[in-house]
Design a binder for this molecule. Sequence first.
Ligand SMILES: Cc1ncc(COP(=O)(O)O)c(C=O)c1O
Length: 365
Amino acid sequence: MTLKTGKSITMKRDFRAALNPALERIGVYKVEGGQEAEVKLNQNESPFDLPMWLKEKILDAFRQEHWNRYPDILPYRGMAAYASFLGISPDSLIMSNGSNEMLYTIFMACLGTGRRVLIPQPSFSLYEKIALLLQADLVEVPMHQDLGFDVDAIIDTALSEKVDFIVLSTPNNPTGKSLSHEEVERIVAESDAIVLVDEAYIEFSKQRTALDLIDRYPNLIILRTMSKALALAGMRIGFAISNPELMAEITKPKIPFASGRLAEITLAGVLDNYSLVTDAVSYILAERERLYAELSCFDNVDVFESDTNFLVIRVGDAGQVFTRLRESGVLVRNVSGYPLMENCLRFNVGLRAENDRLLALLKTL
Ligand SMILES: Cc1ncc(COP(=O)(O)O)c(C=O)c1O
């Protein structure tokens, strides 16, 4: 093998043979179309950045910190702030550098070679990737044709396949569909597995959070992100919430010092000004309803009802529509590769003018 430096290196066997064999089954995480666009609707982000006065306040507090010192092993200040916001005990949660990092932590705590994980499909693609990396066995349960969850199949399969771990994204990315509180409780109560309920989009949902169930069920973990309704995708903040005994176990594989001081201060600043979040959510839901109503009148578009900050549509040729929108400065997500989602595009609700631009372009296409 010749390296870029020009030096040749020899190894007795191909270096790939020395790597984790699971790497052959996974790819590098990619966002098709990149992450830059005039109208960016492809990552389910909030269209509202924090106001400058709040950024200044957060930065003033951050300046007073010791940048040369490690932060706490776990970000206890951020955890105390979110626990008090939710009205739960601080030993019921841990904070991570984005909920993706927490997914790795929880999966490491629950899975390993030959352990069995049930994932309804389609769902957030990272679940499958981490499970494959950990050499777990995947048990997939398809959604109904309308993209809704098949609760009976989830419970029956969990029991018949003796799964150790179930991952539910509700409301679900990429379908936008939710389980009801009662359905979540049925799965947690009947499945005999650890159940992870990823509530990344719960602030937009008609359904109640499953948070109240953590005191009653020893096998339930809830995942939250601050990247969607709280508009902090750039700050990387996520949480796992469960009863303290299970939380103590999940904390074992956690990367130490993974969250920086700025994330903790920012979270506290946003929670102290939560009307910014509720106002943004109201705006997004109103715009989502407007988009849904307008798109329902289009001849060649099927639009799915959504319980999130994004919509899914089915078009004649998703690849072509994706490219034409991209060329016109509007970036959406082509989710056609997911099971049951042939020719589907997903886009989050943007500002009114951005949504108008998307509608106008879709009309011409
Ligand atoms: C269902 C779901 N879970 C988790 C995440 C990850 O969020 P983050 O790592 O930004 O907290 C996403 C992001 O799109 C998501 O859709």
